[in-house]
Design a protein. Structure first.
Ligand code: CP3
Length: 342
């Protein structure tokens, strides 16, 4: 198996810089569209053979160094009692958002093998099919990011309901965060037991908080989860979107790797993160619309700026967008491999 990705996560020496791409299994790939045209998104997530098939597509098409389980961060919220739908164009919607004490108390603790068996079955299929290829990354949303979806009932620009609960009823907010954290730990532990060889925790909306609020309302829960999950022995990546103002705080979560978005300079981020953790990132996803030569230059710049880091896993600064030309993604993978080869 190609273990370059796992080595870079641990800060071990590698022959070249590994790369994978957030949302690498997705709508920009015609092969994904073909599978997706027959089933809706949630059915795709809940059908292990199909979920495994689309997980593997980018490994063969792009030549990336890790696979990420095809699923969604919102999947474990369904068995917790939230009614989830994905609407075309609008994205995820919960018809029963969690906004008061009664709905927090009504939440159900999940038993992963019983409540999300399809996720664990997908992992087991993938470990067999990827055995000679690349490692498999499992994932979950960070508690704060999941809380925003639960409280807002979907995506949000202002996070009005989330911040209203946070500021008007902090004990209730903290109670909700604890429930989410416990369930996230159970969910990720089950993924590791089923065979996930690394895990990523997505804090997509951490950057919506002030540094003080991030430190109070998001970080402690990620830190608690990391502390428990570390005992499982697989590398933990903590992705913090819009991290520039909070990177020095996010470090304290204790993850093996910090994933960063593109709004911060890689050299600056590498310096802030220090030598105890590896770094993942951070090309602007829209750079994949540039001509091949420019993509190569952009990759070269990031690779050289990350050279002082303990370890570097190349990635985009956030998910690849559906309109992206596949050739742009291929050009990036080839450039990273070629430039970084020693
Ligand atoms: O990275 C991968 O290839 C693995 C699969 C993956 C998906 N979602 C598939 C998906 C992963 C890791 C996620 C994580 C996820 N989901 C996050 C965190 C990462 C981030 O983007 O910040 C969040 C916030 C979600 C919630 C979510 N899922 C939203 C807001 C949406 C709608 C917006 C959109 O992009 O359509 C989704 C849908 C979704 N998740 C799709 C895919 C492939 C598109 C569904 C489709 O095929 O129509």
């Amino acid at each position: 198996m190609n273990d370059t990705f796992l080595k870079a996560c641990r800060g071990e020496e590698v022959k070249y810089t590994p790369i994978w791409i957030m949302r690498q299994a997705g709508r920009y790939l015609p092969d994904y569209q073909k599978v997706r045209s027959k089933v809706d998104f949630l059915t795709l997530c809940k059908t292990p053979e199909l979920a495994a098939e689309v997980t593997i597509q980018p490994i063969d098409i792009l030549g990336v160094d890790a696979a990420i389980l095809f699923s969604d961060i919102l999947i474990p919220l369904e068995p917790m009692g939230l009614k989830l739908r994905f609407l075309e164009k609008k994205g995820p919607v919960f018809s029963n958002p969690v906004r008061d004490r009664r709905s927090v108390e009504k939440l159900i603790d999940i038993e992963p093998e019983e409540d999300v068996p399809f996720v664990l079955d997908t992992i087991r299929i993938l470990r067999r099919e990827l055995a000679k290829k690349v490692p498999l990354i499992g994932f979950a949303g960070a508690p704060f990011t999941l809380a925003t979806y639960m409280i807002e009932g979907g995506s949000s620009k202002t996070f009005l309901n989330t911040k209203r609960m946070m500021y008007q009823n902090p004990p209730l907010f903290m109670e909700l965060m604890e429930r989410i954290t416990d369930n996230t730990v159970a969910y990720l532990s089950a993924q590791i037991d089923a065979g996930a060889q690394a895990i990523q925790i997505f804090d997509s909306w951490a950057g919506a908080l002030s540094p003080a609020d991030y430190e109070r309302y998001s970080l402690p829960f990620v830190k608690d989860a990391v502390k428990v999950l570390k005992k499982k022995g697989v590398p933990i990546i903590y992705f913090v979107n819009n991290c520039a103002g909070i990177l020095d705080i996010a470090r304290k979560a204790g993850s093996d790797v910090l994933g960063i978005d593109w709004r911060i300079d890689m050299a600056k981020a590498a310096k802030q993160i220090g030598k105890k953790r590896s770094i993942q990132g951070n090309l602007d996803p829209l750079c994949l619309f540039m001509p091949r030569d420019s993509i190569r230059e952009a990759a070269k710049d990031i690779l050289s700026k990350a050279s002082s880091a303990r370890g570097h896993i190349f990635n985009l600064g956030h998910g690849i967008i559906p309109e992206t030309p596949v050739d742009g993604a291929k050009a990036l993978v080839d450039a990273v491999h070629e430039i970084s080869s020693k």
